[in-house]
Design a protein around this ligand. Structure first.
Ligand code: MG
Length: 227
């Protein structure tokens, strides 16, 4: 019976796809929406895939209809599967060891809190063979607001564990200010890690409860999460 719920972001926190996600979106814009434009200037870190889609549609004058969003989602996911092996992605330092260590603690439930589409999230985790560590999660299919994803993640954990899960039971771990903010939105402990797009100094400005350069010190990181 878990007593503490640990929610991990994916990109920049657990792994880097080496640009595969962005390439898959770019290919989708080109192949299905006839655009020959660069993806430059679109912020993806800390965003949800729905939020990124909304911005792309607005920027390129694509009607933001449920049909277009579904075409975009399906095409992106198909492209992602194809390009993931072509990019030099990697698990971030200490991730494998940390997940192995935490998963041995029966008092913890390891979950996801990510802006990725659900299927994209699991595809990335499967590619790096760490999907088996996670039981459930909140995902970015339907909302541009990461705070909503945090609420979905708590609900998913409650459903999985069949108990009430509040922010006080939760640790949210991510690499962007948006991860810290969504932890605040649900009253969870915020752990920021500077392995993504933001430096230690930049993350310090949003005052996470704990701030790490990376996950290489397994014992120390575990002690923060389990306290
Ligand atoms: Mg991230």
């Amino acid at each position: 019976m878990p007593v503490r719920f640990v929610f991990f972001d994916i990109d920049g926190t657990l792994l880097s796809t080496g640009g595969a996600g962005q390439k898959a979106m770019e290919q989708t814009l080109i192949s299905h929406f006839g655009l020959q434009v660069p993806f430059d200037g679109v912020l993806t870190a800390g965003r949800t895939d729905r939020g990124i889609t909304d911005e792309l549609f607005q920027r390129f004058g694509i009607e933001n209809s449920p049909e277009n969003r579904e075409v975009f989602r399906q095409t992106y996911l198909s492209n992602l599967m194809k390009v993931l092996p072509d990019f030099a992605g990697t698990l971030l330092p200490g991730v494998q060891e940390l997940l192995h260590h935490l998963s041995a603690d029966s008092g913890l439930l390891l979950s996801l809190l990510t802006g990725n589409y659900t299927d994209g999230a699991w595809a990335k985790l499967r590619h790096f063979r760490i999907d088996h560590f996670f039981r459930c999660g909140g995902f970015g299919d339907d909302t541009p607001d990461r705070n909503d994803v945090a609420r979905l993640a708590l609900t998913a954990a409650a459903s999985y564990s069949m108990r009430v899960v509040t922010g006080r039971d939760a640790v949210i771990i991510g690499d962007t200010p948006a991860d810290v903010q969504c932890a605040r939105a649900v009253g969870a402990t915020a752990v920021a890690v500077a392995t993504g797009a933001y430096s230690v100094d930049e993350l310090a400005e949003c005052r996470p409860d704990f701030l790490l350069e990376d996950f290489q010190d397994t014992q120390f990181v575990s002690s923060l999460i389990c306290c």
